[in-house]
Design a protein around this ligand. Structure first.
Ligand code: ATP
Length: 312
């Protein structure tokens, strides 16, 4: 290789990202580090390096390889055995708590029966597409995509297997950029839709949300079984709608019992992450799209436990 050629490849753009360069038989091979870049930025980096290399004397072909193209991202599935236990509410609050703890957080709302994250997170805008990929929208420092954004408002979803899986694939393969933790709000239940969604998204772990009473716990056990069957580790169980404190007299009562989910978690040998009260403030904050307006401390503690669980 002549001195001139070597110099030409020495003057590539994005020097800080170029890890190696080689010129052999007219073929330039450049390896660059694309850590943390979005899909569009990666493409721009690749294009600029290729055209700069092609302009170097003696180069007839340029190959550019990008490393670290996948950000190390932890996908966590949030499931429940049955509907209405507050899985979506817990997901939204947990996401914002994780963001406040300094994590780059995304939420995928895969609830085919009732995608509610746009309401819970208070942002009903539609995601745009770039390079054939969806760009998540943002609210409260959390990026999110919802199946609900893909249809017009008020249209019932209840998609069947292949359609749901296909739509979810678009959400998972979206341009999540440097997102570190991605929570997937699964549809309630343990049927085929859930099974294929779990297999498709291959989460690093799962969290089960349950109310404290027996019937809900039987279903929660089924959800645990489903994750065991698919070899997804259970990161823990969250008990929702436990104690109710009367806003007028301050007396605590337990409409759905209390402690049931903690006992069941112990019996199943899975961690217990925390307990949330049945609270008007949580319901009002959810309806208003203001997650963490209520019970911020409990959600922060659960988020910390969850981060510790995925670190192991
Ligand atoms: N701890 C709580 N205290 C008071 N209300 C709650 C609490 N958790 C959830 N809710 C309310 O319960 C209802 C159901 O919650 P949510 O939609 O999160 O449940 P879900 O398990 O995701 O249900 P589905 O999967 O069937 O949509 C909502 O109106 C929500 O505001």
């Amino acid at each position: 290789m002549s001195r001139e050629m070597a110099d030409a490849l020495d003057n590539l753009p994005h020097e800080d990202r170029v890890r190696s360069r080689k010129l052999s038989g007219g073929v330039a091979t450049i390896i660059a580090d694309a850590t943390g870049l979005s899909e569009a930025e990666r493409k721009a980096l690749e294009d600029e390096l290729r055209s700069a290399a092609m302009n170097a004397p003696g180069v007839s072909e340029a190959r550019v390889a990008l490393t670290a193209t996948q950000t190390a991202r932890t996908l966590i599935a949030i499931g429940s055995g049955k509907g209405g236990v507050g899985k979506s509410t817990v997901t939204a609050n947990l996401a914002v708590a994780l963001a406040r703890a300094g994590k780059k957080v995304g939420v995928i709302d895969a609830d085919v029966y009732g995608p509610s994250q746009p309401t819970l997170l208070g942002n009903h805008s539609k995601p745009e597409g770039r390079d054939d990929k969806l760009l998540p929208v943002e609210a409260h420092g959390v990026r999110f995509l919802s199946l609900g954004q893909l249809v017009s408002p008020g249209h019932a979803l209840a998609w069947r297997g292949p359609m749901a899986t296909g739509a979810l694939a678009n959400l998972i393969d979206a341009d999540w950029g440097d997102t570190e933790v991605l929570l997937v709000d699964l549809p309630p239940g343990t049927g085929d839709v859930q099974l294929s969604l779990i297999q498709r998204s291959r989460p690093a772990g799962a969290v089960i949300v349950s109310t404290p009473q027996d019937l809900s716990l039987i279903d929660a056990r089924r959800a645990v079984d489903l994750f065991n069957k698919t070899s997804v580790p259970i990161l823990g169980v969250i008990e929702n709608m436990a104690t109710y404190v009367c806003p007028h007299c301050g007396q605590a009562s337990h409409p759905f019992g209390t402690g049931g989910a903690e006992d069941a978690a112990a019996e199943m040998g899975v961690p217990f992450l925390g307990r949330l009260p049945l609270s008007l403030a949580i319901r009002e904050a959810s309806d208003a799209g203001q997650p963490l307006a209520a019970e911020e401390e409990i959600f922060a503690a659960i988020a910390a436990k969850l981060l510790a669980a995925v670190a192991h």
